[in-house]
Design a protein around this ligand. Structure first.
Ligand SMILES: *Cc1c(COP(=O)(O)O)cnc(C)c1O
Length: 227
């Protein structure tokens, strides 16, 4: 199957999941997880109409963003864990950072965004288990979120998670639901609006959409198996 054919199939599945859950297609962003993909593949996806791309590593992302700098309507997101010493570059290059997960990183993002005169958008990554070494534990989420409210140049716009992998995507549903409830709890507790839930990957994006995802991060289903 070509990338275009895979794209059309994903698009149809997204639309069906939206219909099933009474949501509008425009509420869900298809973000192509483009780690390890060369710029040629990114451009193929761009030709299909995709405008959101997620990179995992700052260095790899910077190189591609520089090569594709003429494509000004691409939205570049950092979806992988972020080391504090790379925050400077992440702020310079990425529109949204999905992996805000500790005070030290919040401080550094604030400092770097302030220097650039930018308000950096970010998502707090929640860690539901030992699957990922990144992410804040559920019990520390409120404290971290409250801390970010003191920062003028970092704006948290939602939550992200990489739940454990299950053969049956239905088994992931409770984790997606949990992330939505955590978001709603923050909104109530702090009287704020958090528009985004970044959840769902190739294997389980339909369930994620049914549970309220606004950004699905899709790699393999779009680009094929990574080499
Ligand atoms: C690679 C990656 C994805 C996409 O994974 P697929 O299973 O290939 O769709 C999504 N999110 C993050 C953080 C990733 O690293």
């Amino acid at each position: 199957m070509s990338l275009k054919e895979r794209y059309l199939e994903i698009e149809e599945r997204i639309q069906k999941a939206c219909i099933r859950s009474g949501r509008k297609r425009e509420e869900v962003i298809l973000l192509a997880a483009s780690k390890t993909q060369p710029v040629e593949k990114i451009l193929e996806a761009y030709e299909c109409g995709i405008r959101y791309f997620g990179e995992n590593r700052v260095q790899e992302g910077m190189e591609k963003i520089d090569m594709l700098k003429d494509y000004k309507d691409i939205h570049w997101h950092l979806i992988g864990g972020l080391q504090t010493n790379k925050a400077k570059y992440a702020v310079k290059y990425f529109e949204m950072i999905h992996s805000v997960d500790r005070q030290e990183l919040v401080d550094e993002l604030e400092k770097r965004a302030s220097k650039l005169g930018k308000v950096q958008e970010g998502l707090i990554e929640v860690n539901f288990g030992e699957e990922s070494k990144f992410g804040v534990r559920e019990e520390n989420l409120k404290t971290l979120f409250e801390y970010t409210l003191t920062k003028k140049h970092l704006k948290i716009v939602g939550l992200m998670a990489i739940p454990p992998y299950f053969e049956n995507p239905e088994d992931v549903r409770p984790f997606f639901r949990k992330l939505r409830l955590l978001k709603e709890d923050l909104e109530k507790s702090f009287n704020v609006k958090l528009p985004h839930l970044s959840m769902g990957m190739s294997h389980d994006f339909e369930v994620a959409i049914e549970e309220g995802a606004t950004i699905v991060r899709i790699g393999t289903a779009l680009f094929g198996e990574r080499r």
